[in-house]
Design a protein around this ligand. Sequence first.
Ligand code: ACM
Length: 809
Amino acid sequence: MKKSISLLLLSLLMITPSCQKSKEVANEYNIVPKPNQIIPREGRFKLSNKVSLIVPPHAPEVKEIANGLAQQLELTAGISLKEAESADGKPAICFVIEEGMPKEGYKLSVTSDLITLSASQPNGFFYGVQTIFQLLPPAVYGKQTDKKANWSVPAVEIEDAPRFVYRGLMLDVCRHYVPIDYIYKFIDQLAMNKMNTFHWHLTDDQGWRIEIKKYPKLTEIGSKREKTLIDYYFVNYPQVFDGEEHGGYYTQEQIKDVVAYAASKYINVIPEIEMPGHALAALASYPELSCDPTQTYKVSPTWGVFEQVFCPSETTFKFFEGVMDEVVELFPSEYIHIGGDECPKTAWKNSAFCQQLIRQLGLKDDVTPSKVDGVKHSKEDKLQSYFVTRMEKYLNGKGRNIIGWDEILEGGLAPNATVMSWRGVEGGLNAAKAGHNAIMTPMPYAYLDFYQEDPAIAPTTIGGYTTLKKTYSYNPVPDDADELVKKHVIGMQGNIWREYMKTSDRTDYQAFPRAMAIAETGWTLDANKDWKNFCERMVAVFERLEIMDTKPCRNFFEVNVNTHADENGPLMVLLESFYPNAEIRYTTDGSEPSTTSTLYEQPFVLEGNIDLKAAAFKDGKMLGKVTHKPLYGNLLAGKPFTVNYKMGWTGDIFDENDVMGADKTTFGLTNGKRGNGASYNPWSSFAITEGKDLEFTVNLNQPTQVSKVVFGSLFNPAMRMLPAGGVAIEVSADGKEYTQIAEKALQHDYPETGRIAFTDSIEFEPTQATFLKVKIKSGGTLRNGVNFEKNNGPEVIPAELWIDEIEAY
Ligand code: ACM
């Protein structure tokens, strides 16, 4: 009996391998950024204490990298690799120096008994190890042993090297100080994403964050502000502050440690020392650096662009030379970033010293447009160029080169400067065409401070709307680019301006997962980029982030709601989830979606008003939160319209989905989505002049019965907006002769300040209309310096109208 049981067991065991094989999960290669050549193979390399680690002799840096791999495996897998000189037929991980490979390139071959990582330089080995980590379970990014994870590496052949030499992220630590621990974590993230540059924005109006021994007041005074603005810049007038002192700076010892840590991960740290604008923290410390030392300067509690800037005096140059003497000792980087952005010229225009200097230097206003950017520059722009060029010369003398934001093109580019293109792509392209290197960090793609999910549910940000998909869509150098652009655009960077990022979690939320899209654009050839495939790999990235206690935005697991109409077509509802092959299920009656709710298969026509709720599901489980978006399928939904004012803000620039035809004036007002009090994004603005109402006209194409019009308007006097003061409705059969059929004065209860979205309606006898005109009156007047920040305009101004949506029933 016993024998027969063991025979049975044996026969079961014999058949198990093939059973197991059929159950074996397919090898996955969730590597971000995507390698440029990857050939999947069958089988896996199993990690165990029997695996040998073979490192080339006399290559201490390579040994260090191999040790890093071994230590992480010891910590997280509880596996000790045995150092050996040769494999002796045992499973082994071999680091092999192969001359002639690109500096950051590597080859990785994984078979069931051998991992070979080849590179010519330590950088390549480092990136090869990052790839190995990403082939392992996410637990490898943890801090403790996980015995249950599958500690094996899928077989593969990879040959990889980056597209661009510069791949980075900028972290602004001025708007809010970042604790030093987070800086280390941030560097880890750069490294795992194969980025090689940490651009550290260290000085600005809101805080000077680098210790300079020669100028101690920079940190004694300049690193602290007495309070911080709450909410958007213009929600309230007077602005509202938190009343809490905020400050912090990095000592030179801390900075040296950070730079060394980054170097150990093949990351160069580029410090940014802003000049000649964004100067308030320095001027608060040393007013003599301004053009008017009799003024009082304060470290700024608000964001923005300030007129108080550094004066191009010998005192200032001596100061910056002293600062740079210490900066270059701390940062071995070839590049020092000198800022150069957003420097208003008012102080220089009003300064007798600056005007005398302009005469002395023979600077003149341009009479013809500049060959570089096609703009006529002022003599003060040229004074900025003089400022930057002088600092460039000083730094060149110390063997360093400068990088500046794209404004350094204005008034003439310093001879050896590299340009960071942020206001769009033009600055970088112009610089490249002029033979200068350029790094692309353009809005909106690379601005990781922008909203990445519907502002109505997101935490407050500076504004904008840049989804993960939008960031991913950017290609710094299209195939048909100018040869000079191909040669001089050296890379890509994401910018993390931290106005609204008080905490590490908020910084994580803004930076991730879009930083991965930036990393892939910087590393992976455009031909190898693929949005769908990126999303497939991102599922594992989110698991890694969780293990690392990083808190990304989770819009990836949710549903984005867009609407779209082709010219005169019906308004369609588009639902999208970035999660690969997720089922989107939705309801239209406000009930919670479940696995049995309607499955979204394709865009559907918006019919009537719906209370849409949608969620993404996989394997019967809801992946993220429910998206809730009421949509208004009224008579105007999806219709083109005309307005008698030029729109300021065009509203709802939510990718192509809200573009109704090529004419930008038709954005927003009839897209079926109402504006709300959460952000300015969906609203369309009109600078109303006295006595001229806003007129919004729609061709309904055929006689249509209308009995009600609904519209929203925004209250926000600090931004010069009042809700509508009245509405009148006119109809026409031919679009020429209009008859007024209803009129209504509107009154709203509102406080002195703040932001509130109002919805108004006007009802009337059912009327046939082929053309419908909605006339909206300004909400009244506002007082300069009383309702909003004083400016040079008249004492009393008509309030602007910010409108969204206009509906008819
Ligand atoms: C910038 O965003 N001001 C460079």
